[in-house]
Unconditional design. Structure first.
Length: 364
């Protein structure tokens, strides 16, 4: 309306030609601005299309999805890498994470690529629902790789990772390895596993921390995939009583959890915590990622150099392997039995009381 009134007044004054010129100049400027914006938007779109993104993993074919996402299995003796022995690195097909070195590959004649070791922290082990086999998945994207078997004596390491070729890519030595793709939300929660004596004691302490979403009692690090409590107590399995934590690193850091671990048990006694004696009670941190390993080593050095403990620390730092959930009656043990079990009232309750005082600012 302002423009219209101004135009009418200028025409009445006999200078309409000047205003008409202004009018067309205005529209010309407007046209140039709009064209410039459209051109900029097109340029931005092109840049966005060309710019690498970590919002999604590598695109998979239908055959790859069947194995990696839907946890299928290749037919034996059909995979690209079954009889492949070139020097280099095998990486995850879905996210590019480095999984295996060629030096760990061997011929098992099973029909699938076989490795007796993984790159530290690259592979997670998950017990199948039927309890018969242990699945292996990429620790970064959880893509299905295959299964791991122990005790077959193919190599000195006595372990066989049976991996689907289609779950991997191969990078020859001398060629650059692509950067691992990490989704923005793929690391919202982390998992770490602690052996610090009786798992009843460890479980209840870490359950109370803000940012720890779930604690599960289990067994890890032994020769048997799914031992029973009786087998572990007999001391023949090498399995450790552990508490496995699922936590939000944005709420409570890995370093804080490991620091607490060194404060809530005696890490200087070998295969023993108080009156609990045996290798199932050994002090151990089972890491699930290479980053956790680095943090654990740093914290251990810091604690060992402090005056917290008089004797040297004997805690070991190991990649998680042969983990399985303990029997149901071990889960949430203290909370379910604190009023009826003497061990809970005499041994665990004093620890809980001290823990609540020391870590009051970290407790829910």
């Amino acid at each position: 309306m302002l423009f219209h009134s101004y135009k009418t007044q200028q025409i009445k004054n006999g200078v309409s030609c000047v205003y008409i010129s202004m009018k067309y100049t205005y529209y010309l400027i407007l046209l140039l601005v709009v064209s410039s914006c459209n051109a900029q938007n097109e340029t931005d779109d092109m840049m966005n299309q060309e710019k690498p993104t970590t919002e999604e993993y590598n695109k998979l074919s239908k055959a790859e999805e069947r194995i990696i996402i839907q946890k299928g299995t290749e037919y034996p003796n059909t995979g690209e890498f079954n009889k492949h022995y070139e020097d280099g690195t095998y990486i995850c097909r879905q996210c590019n994470q480095q999984l295996y070195q060629s030096s760990s590959k061997f011929n098992s004649n099973c029909g699938w690529p076989s490795f007796d070791d993984e790159i530290d922290g690259a592979v997670n082990r998950i017990l199948d629902s039927d309890g018969r086999r242990t699945e292996i998945v990429c620790s970064n994207c959880s893509g299905h790789l295959g299964h791991v078997f122990v005790g077959e004596k193919f190599t000195e390491k006595n372990t066989r990772h049976c991996v689907n070729s289609i779950s991997m890519e191969f990078i020859p030595n001398g060629q650059p390895v692509p950067e691992t793709i990490t989704l923005n939300d793929s690391k919202e929660l982390d998992t770490i596993t602690f052996g610090a004596g009786c798992f009843w004691c460890v479980e209840v302490l870490f359950q109370k921390l803000k940012g720890v979403l779930h604690v599960e009692s289990g067994y890890a690090g032994g020769k048997i995939k799914k031992p029973t409590y009786k087998m572990v107590c007999q001391g023949n399995t090498g399995s450790v009583e552990v508490a496995q934590l699922v936590y939000d690193p944005n709420v409570i850091s890995t370093e804080t959890l490991i620091d607490i671990f060194f404060h809530v048990h005696d890490p200087t006694t070998l295969n023993r915590q108080g009156n609990d004696v045996g290798d199932q009670y050994r002090s151990v941190i089972f890491y699930h990622t290479p980053q956790q390993k680095d943090i654990a080593e740093k914290v251990l050095k810091k604690i060992d150099a402090s005056d917290l403990w008089d004797d040297p620390i004997v805690t070991t730092i190991e990649s998680i392997y042969n983990y399985s959930k303990a029997e149901d009656y071990h889960q949430n043990y203290y909370n379910n039995n604190s009023s009826t079990n003497g061990y809970c009232s005499m041994v665990i309750r004093p620890k809980v009381t001290k823990f609540k005082i020391k870590y009051a600012d970290l407790i829910e």
